[in-house]
Design a protein. Sequence first.
Length: 185
Amino acid sequence: MIERVEKVLAAGAPYLMLREKDLSGEDLMSLSREVAVVTRRYGARLIINSSPEAAEAVAAWGLQLPFSLFISGGLIRPGRLMKVGVSIHSRDEALAAERAGADYILAGHVFETDCKKGLPGRGLEFISELRRDLKIPVWVVGGIRPDNIGLTRAAGATVVCVRSVLMECLEPAVLLNDYLIGLNS
């Protein structure tokens, strides 16, 4: 996995979210340390998903939390140095996350995706609605490809996230370039 992370970061990815829900706390901590070394080498921002302990231990740029964990509280210490993002699936969740102090929200899934088989995407209007209603940045994920990335940005997405396709493709640099072309089309 570290070799793939290195390829993706060498290709120019500005952020890397470590999302390994099946690892034990100890294994996640170990992997977080390895990934932190690589992200620092490339000047990328590391975001750890769902583990405040790992995020703090490696001085990650950010911590990504599911809405329910974020809203339940107790995970975020006052005076935190890292950014906290919240995964949301509705306008109401987004507004609640903003009121509770989220630095950004991650809205998904925008388009149909294999990660959420059988569930229709929430669409571009969902992004536009969030952008109109929120003051914090709107990050988006789900089914975003080079041919639709420009549409997500036009709808108001601040940051566009790509997950599995980038970790599985043969040439991350070529794919990232295709996304950049799509942004500028």
